[in-house]
Design a protein around this ligand. Structure first.
Ligand code: DER
Length: 224
């Protein structure tokens, strides 16, 4: 993982692109958190914006930052979403490190533009990060078997400070599925999407319009 300075540089760079009147999807994770805090500082200076959270965590952060909130039901348009990633290769992302990827994908996909914030450690020529798959609790064994049949190695994500598995905001479980290198993300995404009981997977294929990569000597913006 990258440094806090790298994450902060990326988050603040993304927050600068928010314009008055925008509805902005607010991503989850430590890098997106920097963008949320920076947007909050701009709201304090008069920026007119409404945020759509993507998780319990991002809603709490947005409330602390006093960003006015709205929902996908109420907003006519989502102009921009700012979100993190566990890995990116061009416009393709692996997400779900925070087990929030189901709601993130809804908001990120609804946005006119998805702006990803990351540190250099997230870059890859070819995606090879394990893919988080949110599963209905009763389907964890059958989805695990399906993942193995697809050539992956599934691991039920256990919690750090709770006995047993991580439980998502939606009350589901997460299988981290290691497929090694992923030469065709679109093919794997389709295969995962059709597994019965798989609620949402962490492949965001071709979804990034822009990636802001923070480093100690500035921010590199890549556009796709
Ligand atoms: O869970 C997620 O999708 C997060 O955005 C994750 O991918 C990135 O989290 P980080 O910014 O804390 O590394």
């Amino acid at each position: 993982g990258g440094s806090e300075a790298e994450k902060r540089a990326a988050g603040e760079s993304a927050a600068e692109t928010v314009e008055d009147g925008m509805v902005v999807g607010l991503g989850t994770g430590s890098t997106a958190a920097h963008a949320i805090r920076a947007i909050g500082r701009r709201v304090d200076s008069g920026l007119d914006v409404r945020g759509i959270p993507t998780s319990f965590q991002s809603r709490e952060l947005a409330k602390e930052a006093a960003i006015p909130l709205t929902t996908l039901d109420e907003a006519d348009e989502v102009h921009l979403a700012i979100d993190g990633a566990d890995q990116f290769s061009g416009p393709h992302l692996v997400k779900g490190g925070g087990a929030a990827h189901a709601r993130e994908k809804i908001v990120d996909a609804a946005a006119d533009r998805l702006l990803v914030v990351a540190d250099p450690s997230k870059f890859a020529d070819e995606l090879d990060h394990p893919i988080p798959v949110e599963v209905l609790p009763d389907a964890r064994t059958t989805v695990a078997a399906d993942v193995r049949a697809l050539g992956g190695t599934p691991t039920l994500r256990t919690a750090e400070r709770k006995d047993g598995p991580v439980v998502t905001d939606n009350g589901n479980l997460v299988l981290d599925c290691d497929f090694g290198a992923i030469p065709s993300p679109g093919v794997l995404a389709s295969e995962l999407a059709e597994l019965p009981g798989a609620v949402e997977h962490g492949l965001f294929v071709g979804m990034a319009d822009e990636v802001h990569v923070g480093s100690d000597d500035g921010v590199e913006v890549r556009r796709f």
